[in-house]
Design a protein around this ligand. Structure first.
Ligand SMILES: [Zn+2]
Length: 76
């Protein structure tokens, strides 16, 4: 299992290797569920789990409004 991060909002998404059909796999995560972004990177470092964006300083600093796991840094 690998994880990739949305370049736009940094949401971390599971890149599911268990899916047998490769074409189907690409269909699953071609869009970010948060911002509908279509570019992702597997080169990211650190992550923050945002549970309550309203009360989280990290979420505010990262402009995160939806709970979930987000990458702190994107390498490329
Ligand atoms: Zn996104």
């Amino acid at each position: 299992m690998t994880y990739k991060a949305c370049r736009k909002c940094r949401k971390i998404i599971e890149d599911n290797d268990d899916v047998v059909d490769n074409q189907e796999k690409k269909e699953i995560f071609k869009e970010c569920p948060i911002c509908s972004g279509t570019t992702f990177t597997t080169f990211w470092k650190g992550n923050a789990l945002i549970i309550d964006p309203e009360k989280s300083e990290i979420a505010e600093a990262m402009s995160v409004k939806t709970p979930g796991r987000y990458a702190l840094r994107l390498s490329r």
